[in-house]
Design a protein around this ligand. Structure first.
Ligand code: SF4
Length: 325
């Protein structure tokens, strides 16, 4: 397999880079620190960027009674920061050229992507709903097709796995897209066949039709159409049943050379994966070992086996939901 392209990730600055939280705190996160060796981070603190100091009075989201629009306010100073924050978000996002993903601070009225508290008025502290923060909302409106997560959600194994696969796949795609070469796209499509099959079999066929049509379409247009469908492919993480389908497909390459005992061992491992007793990497590891012995070059290039750097694999989990994707 080829090396990995280094993704560009925009990240909330308080996640280990600067003590810029409202109370002067910084949050250290081991996964974010480890990921720093494999990506290029662009840090941003939207609240500092709109001129709020460190430390600062807390700010929060409130829902406007009349039109239900969400505002960003600082109760102590009775300031409405909505326009300042929206303008900053637009300016900042306009200035980004190449970006593959975002890791934003959860629960922040500025950075959160889903779980910032919303209250009904400046003085009210009772939570009536949860929403993205204003900066997080602007990111999602523009970049929902990229790998976008918060530091709380990526503590979950399955969510982190999906985030990393999406991040490194898109970084590779964005890299070849800049070169605008037809052959690169064909290789990309071929090497990702089983990964995309696990993600979305129907859309995989659609991608295949785009690349098959290569000679009748300008390369630039082909990349654009491929990118649109690729966003759909990577939208939802694969179900364990579609991962099992791919495991069976790849096992088929070795069916003639395996002993009965080897087949039984593998199918038993797949069953354990189905029952959420072992991670996907267990049956995948067996397939890799068979391929190390039998050397199928097509399979050796498949990203399904190693979709992101192995040093980033961690079987830690926040304990919410199915453990193993
Ligand atoms: S959550 Fe966002 S706005 Fe708040 S301190 Fe962190 S980077 Fe700054």
């Amino acid at each position: 397999m080829q090396g990995f392209h280094k993704p560009i990730v925009v990240i909330s600055k308080c996640l280990g880079f600067d003590p810029c939280r409202y109370n002067g705190d910084v949050i250290h996160d081991k996964f974010i620190e480890k990921l720093a060796n494999f990506v290029t981070y662009i840090t941003v603190c939207p609240e500092v960027e709109i001129g709020l100091g460190i430390p600062r009075e807390p700010i929060r989201l409130v829902s406007n009674k009349s039109d239900k629009k969400i505002k960003l306010v600082q109760p102590k100073t009775e300031s409405d920061l909505t326009v300042r924050m929206k303008n900053f978000a637009d300016r900042f996002l306009d200035s980004l050229h190449d970006v593959d993903g975002f890791i934003l601070k959860s629960r922040s009225p500025s950075c959160a992507i889903s779980d910032a508290k919303v209250t009904s008025g400046m003085e009210k502290t009772h939570t009536i709903s949860k929403n993205a923060g204003l900066f997080g909302d602007a990111v999602l409106k523009r970049y929902s097709h990229l790998a976008v997560e918060d530091e709380g959600r990526i503590k979950n194994f399955a969510i982190r796995e999906h985030f990393l696969i999406k991040l490194f796949t898109l970084a590779h795609f964005n890299n070849i897209k800049r070169k605008n070469n037809f052959k690169d796209l064909l290789i990309f499509h071929s090497n990702n066949k089983y990964l995309f099959m696990a993600y979305n079999q129907v859309k995989l066929k659609e991608l295949g039709r785009i690349t098959a049509n290569g000679k009748k379409m300008p390369v630039e247009e082909m990349y654009m159409r491929y990118e649109e469908v690729l966003a759909d492919v990577l939208q939802e993480r694969p179900s364990y049943t579609s991962n099992i389908n791919v495991l069976h497909h790849i096992m088929g390459y070795f069916s003639k050379v395996l002993t009965k005992g080897e087949k039984e061992f593998f199918l038993n491992l797949v069953e354990q994966y189905r029952m959420n007793m072992v991670p996907l990497s267990s049956p995948v590891g067996v397939l890799k070992s068979w391929n190390a012995r039998h050397k199928n070059m097509y399979l050796a290039e498949q990203t399904f086996f190693t979709p992101y750097p192995t040093q980033l694999i961690e079987i830690t989990d926040s304990g919410k939901g199915r453990n193993f994707a």
